[in-house]
Write a protein of this length. Structure first.
Length: 209
């Protein structure tokens, strides 16, 4: 299956992924493309119900393995119900997180065995990876400066603490280094428009290769 139209956005919370997805969606639609934005966990009725469980602060006692299996259950439903059929129909899929988030957050952040994480990711995605991944690099210590601007309460993952986010950040850095053909690292502190222009330039090149 051609995965050139499958684009994921990765990075720490508050790095600006959702904003860039909205801008890219508008850009592509204005040029006549069909676009389907998704968020993880979520994107289907079942996946959204799982999302509610995962992010609810009432479940702070959730174990690490329970967490990764819930994320992966939401993902397998999304991949089979939405991503694969829509790619076959020629849609652009813009994903706010995908398997790299699981590796960074549950693998490096929670300390789960990375080989196990890789096997779970493979099973949950049927081996389907994005053609391009935009990693919006934001340092963990910079998250605090952005939280008041969002106007919402922290969810269960966001409340995990600075040490957790430092491990997640290091995980992303390792993933970016290991997957240079797919990952594009962008400074999340650039202006919204600068980041958008970088993404468009890269995407034009990637989809025409």
């Amino acid at each position: 299956m051609d995965n050139k139209r499958f684009i994921s956005f990765e990075g720490l919370d508050y790095s600006g992924k959702s904003t860039q997805i909205r801008l890219l969606e508008k850009y592509l639609q204005e040029r006549g493309h069909r676009v389907f934005p998704i968020r993880e966990p979520g994107g289907t009725v079942i996946s959204e119900r799982i999302r509610d469980i995962l992010l609810d602060k009432k479940h702070m006692n959730m174990t690490e393995r329970c967490e990764i299996f819930l994320y992966s259950a939401a993902r397998v439903q999304l991949v089979q119900e939405k991503i694969i059929p829509l790619l076959k129909e020629g849609y652009f899929i813009l994903a706010d997180r995908y398997v790299d988030s699981t590796t960074a957050y549950q693998g490096y952040g929670r300390g789960l065995d990375l080989q196990m994480v890789e096997q779970i990711n493979q099973a949950a995605t049927f081996g389907l990876l994005p053609g391009t991944t935009f990693y919006l690099r934001l340092q963990p210590e910079e998250i605090a400066d952005r939280i008041p601007q969002s106007g919402r309460e922290l969810d269960r993952l966001e409340a995990a603490g600075q040490d957790f986010y430092q491990r997640v950040f290091q995980g992303y850095e390792i993933l970016a280094e290991k997957n240079k053909k797919r990952f594009y690292v962008i400074d999340a502190n650039l202006s919204v428009e600068q980041i958008h222009q970088i993404i468009v330039k890269i995407l034009i090149k990637r989809t025409m290769e």
